[in-house]
Write a protein that binds this ligand. Structure first.
Ligand code: NAP
Length: 345
């Protein structure tokens, strides 16, 4: 069998690293598209021992010419679009950049594929943030959309562009509507990693206070290593489609903190509600956790849980790591890093 080639945009990110590892293990030639910068952001690929096994090429999601050239040069069988501004919080500060990379970026990629290599299969990293206000309760692929952030708006533009390129031009392009997924490689700007990294530092003698937004916010959190398998499975289907990828369970930020604290050996007691909530170290009485309005978002999605039964039925996909195992994995990994002179990517 001839070796397949996969092109991954955003290969230096959390999902890019797990996907690269998985595709190399499956026997693919993997080409990763990276933004040109003065230093290459390789720690995640290094940590999964895949940096030496992928080819890296320069591409920017804002630059149509570089996308066309790269597709011509690489000739991928499969393209995984994971590149772009991925933080909901940051999208309120950088709405235009988010729209350019996470919305228009997908359209540029599909237009390039349509012109240069229409037989290539594409995966678009869509997001549960497209449901937003309409997402109360259990949501699946037929849910209405009402995004609540510039990020969600950009992802909804990309979602509909995918559907349109499928219907209008017959491209094999699938939307993976992914709920939050985390790992020890999650960026520090995301609340889960901020919690595990800060608590690990406190457990190792640090004196900081972990400041958070609304502790009652609930999310459907899964493991990134599981979610990249769903991405791959979508591109192996005869027909492209839209799939929700989720665990089907939600937990609050507070529950995440409690489990992470336990995993690093801290004993925290919560008192107060809302902005007055505090996490106190039972042993010393010191306040370790506080709440600040500055971490609240201007608008939040409704609490929702993903129904991934279509992915289960059609892709034979199910998450393998539950919430407790995920939080423990992240907290323990950060505890190991806490004592070392090592990048906190
Ligand atoms: P991530 O860790 O933030 O990675 C984002 C990647 O995009 C990085 O490799 C980054 O490169 C690259 N990038 C940013 N701007 C770019 C540009 N202008 N041109 C080319 N590349 C650019 O995100 P992730 O968690 O792996 O998520 C992967 C994709 O899934 C994203 O599209 C995200 O929005 C989507 N998604 C994620 C989740 C989740 O919970 N993780 C849920 C739903 C959807 P640098 O290394 O140079 O910064």
């Amino acid at each position: 069998m001839t070796q397949k080639t996969a092109l991954i945009t955003g290969i230096t990110g959390q999902d890019g690293a797990y996907l690269a590892r998985s595709l190399v293990d499956k026997g693919y030639r993997v080409v990763g598209a990276v933004r040109r910068s003065s230093t290459l952001n390789l720690p995640r690929l290094v940590s999964l021992e895949v940096a030496q096994e992928v080819e890296l090429k320069t591409l920017d999601m804002q630059d149509f010419t570089s996308i066309v050239r790269l597709i011509e040069e690489v000739g991928p069988d499969e393209i995984y679009n994971l590149g772009g501004q991925s933080s909901v919080q940051a999208s309120f500060q950088q709405p235009l950049y988010t729209g350019e990379t996470s919305g228009m970026g997908c359209l540029r990629l599909m237009e390039a594929v349509k012109l240069v290599l229409p037989e290539a299969r594409l995966f678009e990293a869509s997001s549960s943030e497209i449901f937003g206000l309409k997402g109360s309760g259990v949501v699946n692929e037929s849910q209405d959309f009402h995004p609540r952030s510039p990020y969600g708006v950009a992802k909804l533009f990309a979602y509909w562009a995918v559907v349109n390129y499928r219907e209008a031009y017959g491209l094999h392009v699938s939307n993976g509507i992914m709920f939050n997924h985390e790992s020890p490689l999650r960026g520090m700007e995301f609340v889960t990693r901020k919690i595990t990294a800060t608590l690990a530092q406190i457990a190792s003698g640090g004196q900081q206070t972990l400041m958070l937004g609304n502790l009652d916010n609930a999310r459907d959190w899964g493991f990134a290593g599981d979610y990249v398998e769903a991405m791959w499975a979508m591109l192996q289907q005869p027909e492209a489609d839209n799939y929700v990828v989720a665990t089907g369970k939600t937990h609050t930020v507070k529950q995440f903190v409690e489990l992470a604290a336990k995993a690093v050996g801290l004993d925290i007691e919560f008192e107060g509600e809302g902005l007055e909530a505090k996490g106190i170290d039972r042993k010393t009485g010191r306040q370790m956790i506080g709440v600040s309005k500055s971490f609240y978002r201007p608008s939040e999605p409704d609490p929702m849980v993903g129904d991934a039964s279509k992915a289960k039925e059609k892709l034979n996909w199910e998450p393998s790591v539950d919430f407790e195992a995920l939080v423990t994995m992240m907290a323990q990994s950060d505890l190991e890093r806490a004592g070392k002179e090592q990048a906190w990517y």
